[in-house]
Design a protein around this ligand. Structure first.
Ligand SMILES: Nc1nc2c(c(=O)[nH]1)N[C@H]1C(S)=C(S)[C@@H](COP(=O)(O)O)O[C@H]1N2
Ligand SMILES: [Mo]
Length: 323
């Protein structure tokens, strides 16, 4: 069950459009299944603790972290606990879950149980089915309670995020994926390098600000908030011209952060110089940041200095940015 919870959790971080909503729902159901299994697991734990092995402390640490993950997840989903120790609850949920991974691997190996033929029996299958149905029922009941009591969790987006500072860019949070710091950019010396099949050229900020296409798009950060804003700038397909064989759009930041989009995203991408009718602040990506409607926040590269069309397939990159 932890494996399913982990897989759906990672997938939930990646969803950006409503057709991925079932992934987040599946993740919630996995959480409920873990909750339902606690009484059975407690019996195993009590038995294990009677054997005074030194490694029981490691097992107990695992149990504590698993509970913290569960509580942080439920707290954030209901809206009852939105932040823990100054961090967004969902951030704590993810960070502690990642810390759990090596412990779970160790636990599975150190406390391994020999597979038995009856593990795949009809009875076991039936039990798994009852557990899944119970977890789905509990999830539905929780959703009903959350909306019935009008808990904050009822107002979340399909990604699980809460609304923040829509159409008030000055109040919108600034975040980074990992450790990127806001770079100091001299707008007079800054250039955007553009490369496609027709060659390479450089654009100044003045050249870019002469464009004024505006789109309304939702920035949805995986740390649990989203914000609708009006973004103004250059549609990327007016700068880059796709040719047969082009597979991806590579977007690079001054900080070294980069991401590669599939070519069919080209006509949705905007290089924004403004938000809410005013130039971007340093924190939000001055002088230029990418707007990628329908994609999660980590695709919205800030402080862009290079855009390229490439024949490299878009899947040729780490599953999440690495810096
Ligand atoms: N260069 C760079 N761009 C970045 C990031 C980063 O760390 N470095 N973080 C991304 C993430 S995770 C999010 S949610 C958005 C946040 O945008 P904001 O700070 O304008 O709210 O920027 C994205 N663009
Ligand atoms: Mo983010």
């Amino acid at each position: 069950m932890l494996l399913f919870a982990f897989g759906t959790g990672v997938a939930t971080v990646a969803i950006g459009s409503p057709d991925g909503a079932w992934v987040a729902i599946g993740h919630g159901i996995c959480g409920m299944a873990v909750l339902l299994l606690i009484p059975w697991k407690s019996r195993v734990v009590r038995g294990g603790l009677r054997r005074a092995r030194l490694t029981r402390w490691l097992s107990l640490l695992l149990a504590v972290l698993a509970l913290v993950t569960l509580i942080a997840g439920l707290g954030y989903a209901t809206g009852l606990v939105r932040s823990i120790a100054g961090k967004p609850g969902v951030w704590v949920h993810i960070a502690v879950a990642l810390a759990l991974v090596p412990l779970v691997v160790w636990h599975v190996w150190a406390r391994r149980i020999r597979p038995r033929r009856t593990d795949l029996s009809r009875r076991a299958l039936l039990r798994a089915g009852v557990l899944t149905a119970g977890a789905a029922g509990l999830y539905a009941a929780a959703e009903t309670v959350i909306s019935g009591l009008g808990l904050p969790g009822a107002k979340r987006r399909f990604t699980g995020s809460y609304e923040m500072a829509s159409f008030r860019p000055e109040a919108m949070p600034t975040t980074s994926w990992l450790l990127d710091a806001v770079p100091a950019v001299d707008p007079d010396r800054w250039r955007l390098a553009v490369k496609d099949g027709q060659g390479r050229r450089e654009l100044t900020l003045a050249e870019l600000t002469s464009f004024d296409a505006t789109v309304q798009a939702t920035l949805d950060c995986t740390s649990g908030w989203y914000s609708h804003q009006d973004w103004t700038g250059v549609p990327l397909d007016t700068l880059l011209h796709s040719e047969p064989g082009t597979q991806s759009v590579y977007v690079h930041s001054i900080t070294g952060y980069w991401i590669r989009f599939p070519i069919h995203d080209l006509d949705r991408l905007l290089l924004a110089t403004q938000v809410g009718g005013a130039p971007l602040s340093a924190g939000h990506g001055f002088p230029v940041r990418l707007v990628a409607p329908g994609r999660r926040g980590y695709w919205w590269v800030k402080w862009v200095d290079r855009v390229e069309l490439q024949t490299t397939p878009s899947w040729w990159q780490p599953p999440f940015p690495v810096g």
